[in-house]
Design a protein around this ligand. Sequence first.
Ligand code: ATP
Ligand code: MG
Length: 665
Amino acid sequence: MPLDLDSLNEKQRAAVEHLEGPLLVLAGAGTGKTRTLTYRLAHLLEQGLASPHSILAITFTRKAAAELAHRLESLVGDQAQDITATTFHGLGYRLLRAEAHVFGYKVGALSVFDATDARRLLQRALKEANVNSERWDLEMVAQTISSAKEQLHGPDTFVTTPNDFFQESIGKVYARYQQLLLEQNAVDYADLIRLTLALLQQKPEALAFYQNLFRYISVDELQDTSAAQYELVRYLSWAHRNVYAVGSPVQAIYSWRGSDINNILTRFQRDFENAPLVILDQNYRSTRTILDAANHLVRSFDYPDKALWTENEPGAAIQLVTLNSEREEALFIGRQAQQWVTDHNGAFTDCAVLFRTKAQGRLLEQVFMQLGVPYTLVGDFRFLERREIKDMLAYLRLLHNLDDAVALQRIINRPPRGLGSATLQKIQDGAPDFALECLYGLEDRNDLSDKIKATGKKFLDLVLDELYRAAKEKPLPEFFEFALTATGYLDWIAQDPEANQRLANLRTLQGMTVRFADHGAAGLGNFLAELATLSDADVSEGEEGIMLITMHAAKGLEFPVVFLAGMEEGLFPHVKSTRTANQLGEERRLAYVAVTRAREHLYLTHARSRQLGIDTRENRISRFIHDIPSELMERRSGAENPSLRLSLPVIQQPDPAEPALLVEA
Ligand code: ATP
Ligand code: MG
């Protein structure tokens, strides 16, 4: 079916028909930026100007990348499968996997360490760097190194003030940490951006190759790119300058994580001098009432995309609902969603609950479970943190990258096979770390018992022979099945008191490998890469149901019915983000993002008192509500609703030890 450009408004159409050269689309929420970007790629393909292989589309989450590919497929068919739609981290992984030999890595089998693995390695680096390891706080060291990476400082440029004791000490740890990563053929999350940029900056042939490969580049959500991510785009697009960037300054919500709003406000047009600017101002997503409320929230900014209009109907009033407690709030939302689904013959997936902190999501989850309301909790990594999941992933990682000692150490004695820590130490014989090499040549050693030698050899055979061969030969889901049995893991887990749950989790993980079945031997690497570069917005748990999601992770999404929970001072704006005008500005933009996710119905709920950890707080209503004209809202008290007085067993409160502010998206 040919593309219907008549379904676009004039400005959108101008953007879609801009096929060569740089372009910046700067526009507020729901104006069709993502839709326009998709149409323009389809148009490029349809016109035969670009081959799918020459298109790189960078999105903010994997889910958005999948969505983009899916929408393109419905517009232009199968050829959409060959475009590269990915996140910055996904792109980094793809380039580094092919090119990291430049930095001394082995080609092909690169591991990406998650925060837990990286922390383990850092701990070792701290010990080995001769800096009085017990005097330094690991968390602080980790933070310092990761922010250095964000600012593109490698160990060689880390020390900026010579003889500064702090810098020199952490610099040594940083250098050792990078060495250890290299030994294990691994990178951490921040390296995916830093090293990729270093590659393009330092290797002209690599730069030219990727510039010629990706002749057409598009970037969604430009307002939330970091300096390094922006530089990646600039480098990659510099030769052909076909870069199509869209974003919304009034929705910039990630400065706390290193994003720089100036990329969209000034830098892009300065760097790509003749880039035309398209400003879209018609919103298609929301009712006029919801859009009015959103416009009011951001009145005080002077961003060019802040004031939008719509031809949509006024629609229903925004419901402002007061509840007595956070529990009542969760009950109200659950019941209201059930009601809406019944009344409108709708689906739970049409509804979403957005909140500021992750702890709110867990509370909602518990109440929804009790109510029997289907839900999907987004941004919860607990699944990937489970022991059996981490174990099987460690097996897979080891098979993918035999140098991955962190993975090896995790599973070498799981299930127990006589390779406990005392035995490993004997085998290791003073080597700084237990790597697979420690098991080589055991038979020639006369300091080990025959039993140890045999056990070690058996494990080595399992990995290098049985599993390694199967990994090369079998499609990923089959290999997964094979590994479960061959390692003895399945039998071992069967004796566990939580056997059923653990097995079910492993089957879920196996289900996730199915998409990689036809990738051949590359399936394993691609699967691990996908898991390693997931963001909060990509991880979800629970059945298909009402989405429970942080405001940050909801960026770019839309739902007919949206509940904003916890509209209270201290929670939103969050107490930790009210110290400076910049922080408050960002909270306000977040409020705008949250409100503009709603298409038809918007509920703002707040609780008179809320338990946070062991404290009960009486929070005032959020200042953001006062910015919405009262004629747009209808006030309700949830307590009028008898169903809320339903007696349900008291549920556990969020763990007080957990920091209240958990907002990574
Ligand atoms: P956000 O800033 O939240 O990411 P956006 O600008 O990317 O929003 P889209 O998600 O592309 O906006 O579009 C918002 C909604 O409006 C979508 O449902 C989209 O299909 C619809 N839409 C966009 N343009 C048009 C149009 N010209 N005609 C009809 N519907 C449109
Ligand atoms: Mg969008």
